[in-house]
Design a binder for this molecule. Structure first.
Ligand SMILES: [Zn+2]
Length: 112
């Protein structure tokens, strides 16, 4: 029997987290997470991986033009940006008062 092992690396990032891009053309860019795509292990980050879409006016009075849309990027390309550390960090999970919390692995600051 073949066991179907799904690679379920849990995404620790959440919407509204600030992340910094660590590779690719957007390396060094910071932005807020707009969307987390768990199934794809991808996130959509404000101002990162922006693609330009050309749109045609569909209805009367509507303007066609260029729309900028953020495309999802793989989570491995971003790191959580810790204000205290002033850089991209890895997140850890700790248990506090019976609840799982996310912490910065460098400075141990709890992340809300
Ligand atoms: Zn930190």
């Amino acid at each position: 029997m073949v066991k179907n092992i799904k690679n379920e690396a849990k995404i620790k990032l959440r919407v509204d987290d600030t992340v910094i891009v660590n590779s690719g053309v957007d390396a060094g860019k910071k932005g807020k997470i707009l969307k987390v795509l768990k199934a794809d292990n991808k996130v959509v980050v404000q101002g990162v991986n922006v693609r330009t879409k050309h749109t045609k006016p569909r209805r009367q009075g509507e303007q066609g033009g260029i729309v900028k849309v953020e495309s999802p990027i793989h989570v491995s390309k971003v790191n959580y940006y810790c204000d205290k550390c002033g850089k991209g960090v890895k997140l850890g999970v700790q248990v506090k008062d019976g609840k799982k919390i996310r912490v910065c692995r460098k400075c141990n600051t709890e992340i809300k």
